[in-house]
Design a binder for this molecule. Structure first.
Ligand SMILES: Nc1ncnc2c1ncn2[C@@H]1O[C@H](COP(=O)(O)OP(=O)(O)OP(=O)(O)O)[C@@H](O)[C@H]1O
Ligand SMILES: [Mg+2]
Length: 293
């Protein structure tokens, strides 16, 4: 009988994911990047989906953990019908490979990851089961992107504490910037030591984005002693709402748009600019399991 990791590889290969080696190369580490924001609706889910697709297009094995219970979540943006979520795995009703959805270019999607934050509240047996299931991705996936949902509820906080790399998304609006600052403050006070990057989305001009970036980077450094790496900005572009309506990621729906060009460039920078001290997926899962409930 095939083990589950093998079933997952077969499934993803059948559905167009990058060719999967029979075993993960020794020493390969799965990167975990959480994408978060203070204010809702700033563009996290679209960033996660488009980064994931941009990487998958280049043959990387990427899995999105959809931790957002909001309306415009990952499966909706991709036009997928979700029947099973991580909650089913958690209850032992489904295996991980039955829950993974395969999106464009073989991007893997695991819906319902918000339940991960409750790992610490589970019985040891269930927790070990879920961690073991997700650990099957370790070394196989090149990267796991976590869409955390907005704000700093207990669930989001646990994900941020566990992740090694965090991308904070904001728009240039003062309210979004204030909420982004508050998020960084609360997450840091709670013990988040992740490498933090900032992406300013929906910018009307490069200058507006630069001013917003400089302001947030400066106040985080001055008042919190936190280094925020400026990862770049994404322009406001009418093609994004159009792509959302078509349920096709903008990098595929409008590849010639300025927004798609910047998303691809951002994906390449983030890929190369790996934070080497970041914990692996295994560490991420262990930290989640040990988080205070
Ligand atoms: N660069 C952009 N240009 C134009 N519109 C954008 C851009 N980014 C996001 N939007 C608009 O913002 C909406 C919300 O985006 P998205 O769902 O990705 O945000 P979110 O941060 O995940 O929201 P939530 O907090 O509800 O999970 C999109 O449907 C789109 O209309
Ligand atoms: Mg979202």
């Amino acid at each position: 009988m095939l083990d589950q990791a093998q079933q997952l590889r077969t499934l993803m290969a059948q559905r167009g994911a990058a060719p999967v080696p029979p075993a993960a190369p020794a020493g390969r580490r799965t990167r975990v990047i959480a994408v978060t924001s203070g204010k809702g609706g700033v563009g996290k889910t679209n960033l996660v989906v488009n980064l994931g697709v941009a990487w998958a297009q280049r043959g990387r094995r990427v899995v999105v953990l959809d931790g957002d219970l909001g309306l415009a979540n990952v499966d909706v943006l991709l036009g997928l019908q979700t029947r099973h979520t991580l909650a089913h795995v958690l209850r032992g009703e489904r295996r991980l490979d039955e829950v993974v959805q395969i999106g464009p270019c073989g991007l893997g999607i695991i819906p319902g990851a918000s339940g991960l934050a409750e790992l610490a509240d589970l019985t040891d047996e269930r927790r070990d089961h879920l961690v073991a299931e997700l650990a099957r991705l370790d070394g196989w996936a090149d990267a796991v992107l976590v869409d955390t949902g907005a704000g700093i509820g207990a669930g989001v906080s646990a994900l941020l504490l566990a992740a090694g790399e965090v991308v904070v998304v904001t728009t240039p609006e003062p309210t979004a910037l204030t909420d982004a600052y508050a998020l960084v403050k609360v997450a840091t006070a709670a013990g988040c030591r992740a490498h933090l990057r900032l992406v300013v989305n929906q910018a009307r001009s490069a200058r507006e984005a630069q001013m917003a970036t400089q302001r947030l980077v400066a106040v985080a450094q001055e008042f919190l002693g936190v280094s925020l790496e400026a990862a770049g900005f994404l322009p406001y572009d009418d093609c994004l709402p159009q792509a959302v309506k078509r349920q096709v990621p903008v990098v595929l729906a409008y590849p010639q748009s300025a927004l798609a060009g910047r998303l691809i460039a951002l994906s390449q920078r983030l890929w190369q600019n790996r934070w080497h001290e970041a914990p692996s997926l295994h560490d991420f899962l262990q930290r989640l399991a040990l988080a205070e409930g």
